[in-house]
Design a protein around this ligand. Structure first.
Ligand SMILES: [Zn+2]
Length: 306
């Protein structure tokens, strides 16, 4: 059995939102057991929006939550960091509609969480354990989930671009590996799309300080942080979207050319079929190397089509 956790103290961030370009202040504060991760719009009478997939409103270029018309945008990098560090409960106080983009990565988030530390709480943590496989195909994109005793993610992307091409990354959830290998990976976009996106009210806060900007042949930034920074960033995004399942997930997720839409669709599909998962307070077995997975052949009944 493991206890639920919250932050040992508040952590704060500020800066412009990637899409709105507006300056934002965020303060993540400890919260009681069973609160979950919850946004609080301090500029709107403390209106609260739970970080759960039921509140997902938009998945284009960022994940946006909405409840009763109130928005919180670009939640994925912060949620990803809190989730991997095992922060079960926290209130995310924010004074605007978009989480600051900072340097385009989750580096500042993980540094603050690690510096502040975690506080064990009195209630038991409840895991969501995937019991059967579920595969979703959308043309040449796909995402699938399989039983596993721990959270693992295998991600592949394939961009027709000389700096990217085909990249794969395997991640086994741990705060240390996440902080070192995933959190520093920055968001990326194509320079030729910037004008169009700005007309749609997007990427107004975007710059070379907070995104890798791709030209047709290269990048406008000086250097990459990793040769495969692009796929690492997709892992970061993917975890942030998986966090919207609302509980620590025990599963192996395999994504191919996926994005926010497929990530959140997977979460919805898992939750819509109770035969797909169970909830348990038993901590994951940390068996060495051996594969303790449940039978992989059994599929969730809702697993056809998308
Ligand atoms: Zn991202």
């Amino acid at each position: 059995m493991e206890s639920q956790q919250t932050l040992a103290g508040p952590i704060e961030f500020s800066g412009p939102g990637l899409h709105t370009g507006e300056s934002v202040r965020v303060r993540v504060v400890p919260a009681p057991p069973d609160t979950g991760l919850r946004f609080r719009r301090v500029d709107l009478d403390d209106f609260e929006i739970e970080a759960v997939v039921q509140n997902v409103a938009r998945v284009a270029y960022a994940t946006t939550l909405m409840k009763q018309g109130v928005l919180i945008s670009t939640v994925e990098h912060l949620l990803s960091s809190l989730y991997i560090f095992g922060v079960d409960n926290a209130l995310i106080e924010i004074d605007n509609l978009e989480v600051p983009i900072l340097d385009g990565s989750a580096l500042e988030f993980v540094e603050a969480i690690a510096r502040t530390g975690l506080q064990q709480q009195s209630s038991l943590r409840r895991y969501l354990r995937v019991e059967r496989s579920l595969e979703i195909q959308d043309r040449d994109r796909s995402i699938a989930v399989y039983p596993s005793d721990r959270l693992q993610i295998s991600y592949t992307i394939d961009f027709d671009h000389p700096m990217i091409g085909r990249q794969s990354f395997d991640f086994e959830a741990s705060p240390e590996v996440f902080s070192r290998e995933v959190a520093p990976a920055r968001t990326f976009g194509f320079y030729r799309e910037v004008e169009d996106l700005r007309k749609k009210g997007l990427v107004r806060g975007g710059s070379l300080d907070n995104a890798i900007v791709l030209t047709d042949q290269g990048i406008l930034n000086d250097i990459l942080r990793f040769e495969d920074e692009f796929v690492r960033h997709k892992v970061l995004d993917g975890i942030g979207d998986l966090a919207l399942i609302g509980k620590p997930l025990l599963a192996r997720v395999v994504a191919h050319k996926a994005g926010h839409a497929l990530h959140t669709h997977l979460v919805t599909r898992i939750l819509s079929d109770p035969s797909c998962y169970s909830e348990t307070t038993n901590p994951p077995l940390r068996s060495s190397g051996g594969d303790t997975d449940l039978p992989r052949q059994s599929q969730c009944v809702s697993a056809s089509g998308s």
